[in-house]
Design a protein around this ligand. Structure first.
Ligand code: ATP
Ligand code: MG
Length: 266
C-alpha cells in the first residue's frame, strides 16, 4: 500500500507524521519503507541517521531508478523492519520525468518493485509542486493532507486544494486531513479548526478529519536527538532523554497511537 503525506505549505509536519506513523506501524510488526521525495531528506534526521544521507553518494533513488544501484544498497536501515530511501535532486528528477515519457514508466516500475517487499510504502513529499509529486499522488492508495492549525496553515490547505484542481488530481484522493498543532490554551488553533471544518464540508466532504495532533515541543527535542515516539524507553534513554521528556513521550505516544489507530487502510 502506497501512502502519501502532503501539503503545499512547508513546515506543517509532513515529515514528522511520516516518521512517527512509520514507527507506529513498525511497532505493530509491519514492514515499512519511507521514500523521501524531498531532497532535504530530513526524515533521516528523525531516526538519528542524517549521516546516511551523505556517507554514500551512489545509492539515491535516482541511482536505483536508473539501474545504477541494487535495491539492497538503496534501502537504508532506520529501525528493525523500517527502511528509508533518499532523493538526490527533486527538481532534476522532475525535469527528467517531464521531458521523457519512457523515464516515467521506468520510474513507476521502480516504485512498484520497491513496494513489493513492504506492507506500507510512504512518500515524504516536499512542499513544492513538481512532476515527481504529481505522479506519486496519482499512484498513491491513501493520501493524507497535513494542515497546520493557524491562519497560514489554512491558506496552505486552500492552496493545496487549488493545486489538485489545477493539475487534474481528483480531490476524492484526499482520504484524511490531519490537523496539526492543536493547543487548548491558545485561541488561534481553535479558530483555524473551525475554518478548516467549513472548508472540508464545502470542498471535500468525503474526507475524514482525523483527531487533533497536539502542539508539543517534545517533537522538536526528539527529532534533534534522533529518537521517535515509538522507540522503546530503554533505547531512548540511551540517547539521553531527560526523565521529563521520557514521561512526556509516554503521554504523547498514547495520543498519537489513538490517532494512528483511527486510520483505516481498506
Ligand atoms: N505538533 C507539533 N508540535 C510541535 N512541533 C511540531 C509539531 N509537528 C511538527 N513540529 C515541528 O515543526 C517543524 C517542521 O516539521 P516537519 O519537518 O515535520 O514539517 P514538514 O511539513 O515536513 O516540512 P517541509 O515542508 O520542510 O518538508 C519540525 O521542527 C517539527 O519538529
Ligand atoms: Mg518534510
Amino acid at each position: 500500500m502506497l501512502i502519501s503525506f502532503f501539503c503545499k505549505k512547508g513546515g506543517v509536519g509532513k515529515t514528522t507524521v511520516t516518521g512517527e506513523f512509520a514507527g507506529y506501524l513498525t511497532s505493530l510488526g509491519k514492514r515499512v519503507l519511507i521514500i523521501s521525495i524531498d531532497d532535504q531528506n530530513s526524515v533521516f534526521e528523525m531516526f538519528g541517521r542524517s549521516s546516511a544521507v551523505f556517507e554514500d553518494d551512489s545509492n539515491y533513488l535516482e541511482h536505483y531508478v536508473a539501474g545504477a544501484c541494487e535495491q539492497e544498497k538503496a534501502l537504508i536501515p532506520l529501525r528493525d523492519h523500517l527502511y528509508g530511501i533518499k532523493t538526490l535532486n527533486t527538481d532534476m528528477l522532475s525535469k527528467k520525468l517531464t521531458l521523457e515519457r519512457s523515464f516515467e514508466r521506468q520510474f513507476v516500475a521502480a516504485i512498484d518493485r520497491l513496494q513489493q517487499g513492504f506492507d506500507f510504502t510512504f512518500f515524504d513529499l516536499p512542499p513544492s509542486s513538481n512532476r515527481t509529486t504529481e505522479i506519486l499522488l496519482e499512484k498513491t492508495d491513501l493520501l493524507m493532507l497535513i494542515v497546520e492549525l493557524n491562519k497560514l496553515g489554512i491558506n496552505g490547505f486552500y492552496n493545496t486544494l487549488q493545486y489538485f484542481v489545477d493539475n487534474d488530481i481528483a480531490l476524492d484522493k484526499i482520504r484524511y486531513v490531519l490537523p496539526n498543532g492543536y493547543s487548548k490554551t491558545k485561541s488561534a488553533p481553535g479558530v483555524a479548526l473551525g475554518e478548516l471544518k467549513a472548508l472540508i464540508t464545502d470542498n471535500i466532504p468525503h474526507t475524514t478529519l482525523l483527531p487533533l495532533m497536539p502542539e508539543k515541543s517534545l517533537f522538536q527535542s526528539l527529532q534533534q536527538k534522533g529518537v521517535i515516539l515509538f522507540d522503546d524507553n530503554a533505547s531512548a534513554q540511551a540517547k539521553t532523554l531527560t526523565s521529563y521528556e521520557l514521561r512526556q513521550k509516554k503521554t504523547v505516544m498514547e495520543i498519537m497511537s489513538a490517532l494512528f489507530d483511527s486510520i483505516e487502510f481498506a
